[in-house]
Design a protein around this ligand. Structure first.
Ligand SMILES: Nc1ncnc2c1ncn2[C@@H]1O[C@H](COP(=O)(O)OP(=O)(O)O)[C@@H](O)[C@H]1O
Ligand SMILES: [Mg+2]
Length: 372
Protein backbone atom coordinates (compact mmCIF):
# COMPACT_ATOMS: atom_id res chain seq x y z
CA UNK A 1 0.00 0.00 0.00
CA UNK A 2 1.07 3.56 -0.56
CA UNK A 3 1.65 5.69 2.46
CA UNK A 4 -0.79 8.58 2.34
CA UNK A 5 0.71 11.96 3.10
CA UNK A 6 -2.05 14.20 1.90
CA UNK A 7 -1.43 17.81 2.74
CA UNK A 8 -3.79 19.55 5.17
CA UNK A 9 -4.39 22.34 2.64
CA UNK A 10 -7.71 22.29 0.77
CA UNK A 11 -7.73 24.29 -2.45
CA UNK A 12 -10.22 22.58 -4.78
CA UNK A 13 -13.43 22.86 -2.79
CA UNK A 14 -14.86 25.00 0.00
CA UNK A 15 -13.09 24.42 3.33
CA UNK A 16 -14.77 23.12 6.49
CA UNK A 17 -15.76 25.60 9.16
CA UNK A 18 -12.96 24.49 11.50
CA UNK A 19 -10.36 24.94 8.74
CA UNK A 20 -11.15 28.58 7.94
CA UNK A 21 -8.27 31.02 8.33
CA UNK A 22 -9.25 34.38 9.82
CA UNK A 23 -12.89 35.46 9.04
CA UNK A 24 -13.87 35.12 12.72
CA UNK A 25 -15.41 38.60 12.92
CA UNK A 26 -17.35 38.11 9.70
CA UNK A 27 -18.59 34.74 10.91
CA UNK A 28 -19.83 36.06 14.25
CA UNK A 29 -21.58 39.00 12.61
CA UNK A 30 -23.32 36.81 10.06
CA UNK A 31 -24.41 34.23 12.64
CA UNK A 32 -25.72 36.92 15.01
CA UNK A 33 -27.72 38.53 12.25
CA UNK A 34 -29.07 35.21 11.03
CA UNK A 35 -30.19 34.07 14.49
CA UNK A 36 -31.89 37.44 14.77
CA UNK A 37 -33.84 36.61 11.56
CA UNK A 38 -32.08 39.38 9.65
CA UNK A 39 -30.68 38.99 6.13
CA UNK A 40 -27.12 39.52 4.92
CA UNK A 41 -25.00 39.10 1.86
CA UNK A 42 -21.37 38.15 1.41
CA UNK A 43 -19.31 40.09 -1.12
CA UNK A 44 -15.88 39.07 -2.31
CA UNK A 45 -13.83 38.18 -5.35
CA UNK A 46 -13.93 34.67 -6.78
CA UNK A 47 -12.32 32.12 -4.43
CA UNK A 48 -12.06 34.48 -1.54
CA UNK A 49 -13.98 32.01 0.60
CA UNK A 50 -17.62 33.03 0.21
CA UNK A 51 -19.03 29.52 0.01
CA UNK A 52 -16.77 28.32 2.82
CA UNK A 53 -17.99 31.15 5.04
CA UNK A 54 -21.64 30.53 4.12
CA UNK A 55 -21.23 26.92 5.24
CA UNK A 56 -19.60 27.97 8.48
CA UNK A 57 -22.55 30.29 9.15
CA UNK A 58 -25.02 27.47 8.49
CA UNK A 59 -23.16 25.04 10.70
CA UNK A 60 -23.03 27.53 13.60
CA UNK A 61 -26.70 28.45 13.16
CA UNK A 62 -27.62 24.75 13.11
CA UNK A 63 -25.81 24.19 16.42
CA UNK A 64 -27.87 27.03 17.82
CA UNK A 65 -31.14 25.32 16.98
CA UNK A 66 -31.91 26.82 13.56
CA UNK A 67 -32.63 24.70 10.49
CA UNK A 68 -29.76 25.31 8.02
CA UNK A 69 -30.29 24.98 4.27
CA UNK A 70 -27.73 25.70 1.55
CA UNK A 71 -28.86 26.25 -2.03
CA UNK A 72 -26.30 26.89 -4.78
CA UNK A 73 -27.81 28.12 -8.03
CA UNK A 74 -24.83 27.57 -10.31
CA UNK A 75 -26.03 26.02 -13.58
CA UNK A 76 -29.70 27.02 -13.28
CA UNK A 77 -31.11 28.44 -16.52
CA UNK A 78 -34.88 28.53 -15.88
CA UNK A 79 -37.22 29.28 -13.00
CA UNK A 80 -38.10 25.57 -13.00
CA UNK A 81 -34.40 24.71 -12.49
CA UNK A 82 -34.34 27.12 -9.58
CA UNK A 83 -37.44 25.57 -8.01
CA UNK A 84 -36.02 22.09 -8.39
CA UNK A 85 -32.68 23.10 -6.92
CA UNK A 86 -34.42 24.43 -3.83
CA UNK A 87 -36.59 21.34 -3.50
CA UNK A 88 -33.58 19.04 -3.67
CA UNK A 89 -31.62 21.10 -1.14
CA UNK A 90 -34.30 20.62 1.51
CA UNK A 91 -34.65 16.95 0.61
CA UNK A 92 -30.94 16.38 1.10
CA UNK A 93 -30.33 18.58 4.13
CA UNK A 94 -33.29 18.27 6.50
CA UNK A 95 -32.65 15.89 9.38
CA UNK A 96 -34.25 12.49 9.09
CA UNK A 97 -37.35 13.23 11.18
CA UNK A 98 -38.24 16.36 9.21
CA UNK A 99 -37.32 14.68 5.98
CA UNK A 100 -40.10 12.13 6.41
CA UNK A 101 -42.63 14.91 6.82
CA UNK A 102 -41.08 16.76 3.87
CA UNK A 103 -41.35 13.76 1.56
CA UNK A 104 -45.12 13.96 1.99
CA UNK A 105 -45.35 17.72 1.84
CA UNK A 106 -43.37 18.04 -1.37
CA UNK A 107 -45.95 15.89 -3.15
CA UNK A 108 -48.65 18.43 -2.35
CA UNK A 109 -46.81 21.32 -4.02
CA UNK A 110 -47.40 22.67 -7.51
CA UNK A 111 -45.08 21.00 -10.04
CA UNK A 112 -41.77 22.78 -10.66
CA UNK A 113 -42.43 22.90 -14.38
CA UNK A 114 -45.65 24.74 -15.09
CA UNK A 115 -47.74 23.84 -18.10
CA UNK A 116 -46.58 25.61 -21.25
CA UNK A 117 -48.55 28.75 -22.07
CA UNK A 118 -51.15 27.94 -24.74
CA UNK A 119 -51.42 29.36 -28.22
CA UNK A 120 -49.20 29.52 -31.23
CA UNK A 121 -46.41 32.08 -31.08
CA UNK A 122 -46.82 32.73 -27.37
CA UNK A 123 -43.42 33.73 -26.07
CA UNK A 124 -44.22 34.20 -22.41
CA UNK A 125 -41.16 34.26 -20.19
CA UNK A 126 -41.01 30.65 -19.20
CA UNK A 127 -42.00 30.15 -15.64
CA UNK A 128 -41.64 33.62 -14.19
CA UNK A 129 -45.06 33.37 -12.65
CA UNK A 130 -44.18 29.83 -11.64
CA UNK A 131 -46.43 28.69 -8.79
CA UNK A 132 -44.01 25.78 -8.36
CA UNK A 133 -41.20 28.16 -7.48
CA UNK A 134 -43.32 30.20 -5.07
CA UNK A 135 -44.31 27.01 -3.24
CA UNK A 136 -40.68 26.10 -2.73
CA UNK A 137 -39.67 29.58 -1.67
CA UNK A 138 -42.44 29.35 0.95
CA UNK A 139 -40.97 26.20 2.57
CA UNK A 140 -39.52 28.08 5.58
CA UNK A 141 -43.05 29.17 6.52
CA UNK A 142 -44.24 25.56 6.41
CA UNK A 143 -41.27 24.48 8.53
CA UNK A 144 -41.93 27.28 11.01
CA UNK A 145 -45.58 26.29 11.36
CA UNK A 146 -44.50 22.73 11.99
CA UNK A 147 -41.47 23.23 14.27
CA UNK A 148 -41.43 26.85 15.48
CA UNK A 149 -37.77 26.91 14.42
CA UNK A 150 -36.00 29.50 12.33
CA UNK A 151 -34.60 28.47 8.94
CA UNK A 152 -31.24 29.93 8.01
CA UNK A 153 -30.95 29.75 4.26
CA UNK A 154 -27.85 30.40 2.19
CA UNK A 155 -28.53 31.32 -1.42
CA UNK A 156 -25.15 30.94 -3.14
CA UNK A 157 -24.31 31.92 -6.73
CA UNK A 158 -27.39 34.12 -6.65
CA UNK A 159 -26.26 35.97 -9.80
CA UNK A 160 -27.64 32.99 -11.73
CA UNK A 161 -31.16 33.89 -10.58
CA UNK A 162 -30.64 37.47 -11.73
CA UNK A 163 -29.35 36.28 -15.11
CA UNK A 164 -32.31 34.03 -15.87
CA UNK A 165 -34.76 36.90 -16.01
CA UNK A 166 -34.68 40.41 -14.65
CA UNK A 167 -38.09 39.76 -13.10
CA UNK A 168 -37.06 36.66 -11.16
CA UNK A 169 -35.55 38.47 -8.15
CA UNK A 170 -38.95 40.14 -7.81
CA UNK A 171 -40.57 36.72 -7.51
CA UNK A 172 -38.15 35.85 -4.71
CA UNK A 173 -38.77 39.15 -2.99
CA UNK A 174 -42.56 38.81 -3.11
CA UNK A 175 -42.39 35.60 -1.08
CA UNK A 176 -39.29 36.16 1.06
CA UNK A 177 -40.22 39.55 2.43
CA UNK A 178 -43.08 37.99 4.35
CA UNK A 179 -40.90 35.51 6.22
CA UNK A 180 -40.39 37.53 9.40
CA UNK A 181 -39.34 35.15 12.19
CA UNK A 182 -39.48 32.10 9.94
CA UNK A 183 -36.27 32.63 8.00
CA UNK A 184 -33.00 34.50 7.65
CA UNK A 185 -31.22 34.64 4.31
CA UNK A 186 -27.55 34.93 3.49
CA UNK A 187 -26.97 35.74 -0.18
CA UNK A 188 -23.74 35.38 -2.07
CA UNK A 189 -22.59 35.29 -5.64
CA UNK A 190 -19.51 35.41 -7.80
CA UNK A 191 -20.48 38.25 -10.10
CA UNK A 192 -19.91 41.43 -8.07
CA UNK A 193 -21.56 43.64 -10.71
CA UNK A 194 -24.87 41.80 -10.86
CA UNK A 195 -24.94 41.35 -7.10
CA UNK A 196 -24.27 45.02 -6.42
CA UNK A 197 -26.89 46.13 -8.89
CA UNK A 198 -29.54 44.00 -7.30
CA UNK A 199 -28.61 44.72 -3.72
CA UNK A 200 -28.37 48.47 -4.08
CA UNK A 201 -31.43 48.94 -6.28
CA UNK A 202 -33.98 51.09 -4.48
CA UNK A 203 -36.81 49.29 -6.18
CA UNK A 204 -35.68 46.19 -4.35
CA UNK A 205 -35.82 47.42 -0.76
CA UNK A 206 -35.95 43.81 0.40
CA UNK A 207 -32.53 43.08 -1.09
CA UNK A 208 -31.09 46.48 -0.16
CA UNK A 209 -31.74 45.65 3.50
CA UNK A 210 -29.48 42.60 3.40
CA UNK A 211 -26.37 44.00 5.11
CA UNK A 212 -23.14 43.47 3.14
CA UNK A 213 -20.16 41.67 4.63
CA UNK A 214 -17.06 42.12 2.52
CA UNK A 215 -14.30 39.52 2.28
CA UNK A 216 -10.92 41.07 1.54
CA UNK A 217 -7.55 39.38 1.16
CA UNK A 218 -6.40 37.31 4.16
CA UNK A 219 -4.03 39.40 6.32
CA UNK A 220 -0.43 38.08 6.13
CA UNK A 221 -0.03 37.63 9.89
CA UNK A 222 -3.21 35.55 10.22
CA UNK A 223 -2.29 33.58 7.14
CA UNK A 224 1.25 32.92 8.43
CA UNK A 225 -0.10 31.60 11.77
CA UNK A 226 -2.56 29.39 9.96
CA UNK A 227 0.04 27.92 7.61
CA UNK A 228 2.72 27.37 10.22
CA UNK A 229 0.28 25.61 12.52
CA UNK A 230 -0.79 23.23 9.79
CA UNK A 231 2.73 22.50 8.64
CA UNK A 232 3.81 21.78 12.19
CA UNK A 233 0.84 19.51 12.89
CA UNK A 234 2.26 17.44 10.03
CA UNK A 235 5.78 17.70 11.56
CA UNK A 236 6.95 19.90 8.70
CA UNK A 237 8.40 23.39 8.60
CA UNK A 238 7.73 25.87 5.75
CA UNK A 239 11.15 27.45 6.44
CA UNK A 240 12.40 29.63 3.58
CA UNK A 241 9.18 29.08 1.62
CA UNK A 242 6.96 30.99 4.04
CA UNK A 243 8.01 34.54 3.15
CA UNK A 244 7.86 34.16 -0.64
CA UNK A 245 4.58 32.25 -0.31
CA UNK A 246 2.94 35.11 1.61
CA UNK A 247 4.26 37.67 -0.91
CA UNK A 248 3.18 35.63 -3.91
CA UNK A 249 -0.32 34.85 -2.69
CA UNK A 250 -1.12 38.50 -1.87
CA UNK A 251 -3.73 37.27 0.61
CA UNK A 252 -5.66 35.39 -2.08
CA UNK A 253 -7.05 32.48 -0.03
CA UNK A 254 -7.19 29.84 -2.74
CA UNK A 255 -3.78 30.70 -4.19
CA UNK A 256 -2.26 30.63 -0.70
CA UNK A 257 -3.64 27.11 -0.10
CA UNK A 258 -2.56 25.91 -3.53
CA UNK A 259 1.00 27.11 -2.90
CA UNK A 260 1.08 25.69 0.63
CA UNK A 261 -0.13 22.35 -0.66
CA UNK A 262 2.71 22.12 -3.18
CA UNK A 263 5.35 23.06 -0.61
CA UNK A 264 3.96 20.55 1.89
CA UNK A 265 3.93 17.76 -0.68
CA UNK A 266 7.65 18.22 -1.24
CA UNK A 267 8.53 17.64 2.41
CA UNK A 268 8.88 14.46 4.43
CA UNK A 269 8.05 14.47 8.13
CA UNK A 270 10.79 16.28 10.03
CA UNK A 271 11.96 18.34 7.02
CA UNK A 272 12.17 22.10 6.51
CA UNK A 273 11.60 23.80 3.15
CA UNK A 274 14.50 25.67 1.52
CA UNK A 275 14.40 28.14 -1.36
CA UNK A 276 14.82 25.42 -3.97
CA UNK A 277 11.73 23.63 -2.68
CA UNK A 278 9.85 26.91 -2.82
CA UNK A 279 10.78 27.53 -6.46
CA UNK A 280 9.82 24.00 -7.39
CA UNK A 281 6.46 24.26 -5.58
CA UNK A 282 5.72 27.67 -7.10
CA UNK A 283 6.36 26.31 -10.59
CA UNK A 284 4.07 23.34 -10.02
CA UNK A 285 1.29 25.53 -8.60
CA UNK A 286 1.49 27.84 -11.61
CA UNK A 287 1.35 24.95 -14.04
CA UNK A 288 -1.74 23.72 -12.28
CA UNK A 289 -3.43 27.11 -12.76
CA UNK A 290 -2.38 27.62 -16.37
CA UNK A 291 -5.33 26.02 -18.18
CA UNK A 292 -7.75 28.19 -16.29
CA UNK A 293 -5.75 31.33 -17.05
CA UNK A 294 -5.81 30.46 -20.74
CA UNK A 295 -9.59 30.08 -20.69
CA UNK A 296 -9.95 33.45 -19.02
CA UNK A 297 -7.62 35.12 -21.50
CA UNK A 298 -9.52 33.62 -24.44
CA UNK A 299 -12.81 34.92 -23.07
CA UNK A 300 -11.68 38.57 -22.81
CA UNK A 301 -12.21 41.23 -25.45
CA UNK A 302 -9.10 42.86 -26.87
CA UNK A 303 -9.80 45.98 -24.85
CA UNK A 304 -10.15 43.96 -21.66
CA UNK A 305 -6.88 42.18 -22.39
CA UNK A 306 -5.08 45.49 -22.83
CA UNK A 307 -6.55 46.83 -19.62
CA UNK A 308 -5.46 43.65 -17.78
CA UNK A 309 -1.91 44.09 -19.09
CA UNK A 310 -1.75 47.68 -17.89
CA UNK A 311 -3.22 46.89 -14.47
CA UNK A 312 -0.84 43.94 -14.02
CA UNK A 313 2.16 46.30 -14.35
CA UNK A 314 1.09 48.18 -11.20
CA UNK A 315 3.24 51.21 -12.00
CA UNK A 316 1.36 52.39 -15.09
CA UNK A 317 -1.64 54.70 -14.95
CA UNK A 318 -4.73 54.14 -17.07
CA UNK A 319 -4.78 56.75 -19.79
CA UNK A 320 -1.05 57.40 -19.51
CA UNK A 321 1.07 57.82 -22.61
CA UNK A 322 3.12 54.80 -21.61
CA UNK A 323 0.02 52.62 -21.30
CA UNK A 324 -0.93 53.63 -24.82
CA UNK A 325 2.56 53.16 -26.24
CA UNK A 326 3.21 49.75 -24.68
CA UNK A 327 -0.24 48.19 -24.61
CA UNK A 328 -2.34 50.19 -27.03
CA UNK A 329 -4.72 51.30 -24.32
CA UNK A 330 -5.48 54.86 -25.22
CA UNK A 331 -7.19 57.42 -23.07
CA UNK A 332 -10.92 57.52 -23.22
CA UNK A 333 -14.26 56.04 -22.35
CA UNK A 334 -13.71 52.62 -23.87
CA UNK A 335 -10.73 51.85 -21.62
CA UNK A 336 -12.76 52.83 -18.58
CA UNK A 337 -15.66 50.70 -19.80
CA UNK A 338 -13.32 47.70 -20.08
CA UNK A 339 -12.07 48.24 -16.54
CA UNK A 340 -15.64 48.52 -15.26
CA UNK A 341 -16.54 45.28 -16.97
CA UNK A 342 -13.52 43.48 -15.52
CA UNK A 343 -14.50 44.70 -12.08
CA UNK A 344 -18.14 43.69 -12.53
CA UNK A 345 -16.99 40.22 -13.58
CA UNK A 346 -14.90 39.87 -10.42
CA UNK A 347 -11.41 40.02 -11.91
CA UNK A 348 -10.25 43.20 -10.17
CA UNK A 349 -10.04 44.41 -6.62
CA UNK A 350 -9.38 47.94 -5.49
CA UNK A 351 -5.78 48.66 -4.49
CA UNK A 352 -4.54 52.07 -3.45
CA UNK A 353 -0.95 50.92 -3.88
CA UNK A 354 -1.05 50.79 -7.68
CA UNK A 355 -1.15 53.55 -10.28
CA UNK A 356 -4.46 52.37 -11.73
CA UNK A 357 -6.10 52.03 -8.30
CA UNK A 358 -6.83 48.39 -9.16
CA UNK A 359 -5.10 45.08 -8.92
CA UNK A 360 -5.83 41.76 -10.53
CA UNK A 361 -7.66 39.55 -8.07
CA UNK A 362 -5.73 36.44 -9.05
CA UNK A 363 -2.00 36.96 -8.44
CA UNK A 364 -1.18 34.04 -10.77
CA UNK A 365 -2.93 35.80 -13.64
CA UNK A 366 -0.98 38.96 -12.83
CA UNK A 367 2.35 37.07 -12.93
CA UNK A 368 1.42 35.50 -16.22
CA UNK A 369 0.48 38.87 -17.71
CA UNK A 370 3.73 40.49 -16.55
CA UNK A 371 5.77 37.73 -18.17
CA UNK A 372 3.94 37.62 -21.52
N1 LIG B 1 -10.67 31.58 5.15
C1 LIG B 1 -10.05 30.63 4.43
N2 LIG B 1 -9.14 29.81 5.00
C2 LIG B 1 -8.52 28.86 4.29
N3 LIG B 1 -8.75 28.66 2.97
C3 LIG B 1 -9.63 29.43 2.36
C4 LIG B 1 -10.34 30.44 3.04
N4 LIG B 1 -11.17 31.07 2.17
C5 LIG B 1 -10.99 30.46 0.99
N5 LIG B 1 -10.08 29.48 1.09
C6 LIG B 1 -9.56 28.68 -0.03
O1 LIG B 1 -10.15 29.16 -1.22
C7 LIG B 1 -10.81 28.11 -1.93
C8 LIG B 1 -12.11 28.66 -2.47
O2 LIG B 1 -13.03 28.90 -1.42
P1 LIG B 1 -14.57 29.10 -1.68
O3 LIG B 1 -15.24 29.15 -0.36
O4 LIG B 1 -15.05 28.06 -2.63
O5 LIG B 1 -14.57 30.56 -2.36
P2 LIG B 1 -15.69 31.32 -3.19
O6 LIG B 1 -17.02 30.72 -2.83
O7 LIG B 1 -15.55 32.75 -2.76
O8 LIG B 1 -15.35 31.15 -4.64
C9 LIG B 1 -10.96 26.97 -0.94
O9 LIG B 1 -10.76 25.74 -1.56
C10 LIG B 1 -9.83 27.22 0.02
O10 LIG B 1 -8.66 26.66 -0.50
MG1 LIG C 1 -18.43 29.81 -4.07
Amino acid sequence: MFATMTSPFVYEEPVKAEALADRGDELRLLVDRALDARNSRIEGARRYGKTSLLRAVLSAAGKDGAIPIEVGFLGCVTAADVAERIERAYGAQLDSRLRRWYEGLVRTLNPTISAAPGGVGVTARPGISAPGLLDRLALPRRLYERTGRLCVIAFDEFQEVVRIDAALPGVFRSELEGHGEAAAYVFSGSHPGLMQELFSDRRHAFFAQAAPVNLGPLPPDELADYLVERFSSGKRDPGEALGPLLDTAEGHPQRAMLLAHHVYERLEAGETADFEIWMDAFGAARREALAEIHVLWESGTSLERRALKVIAQRNLALGSREADRRYGLSKGGSAQAAVDRLFRDGHLIEDRGTRTGWRIADPFLAYWLREM
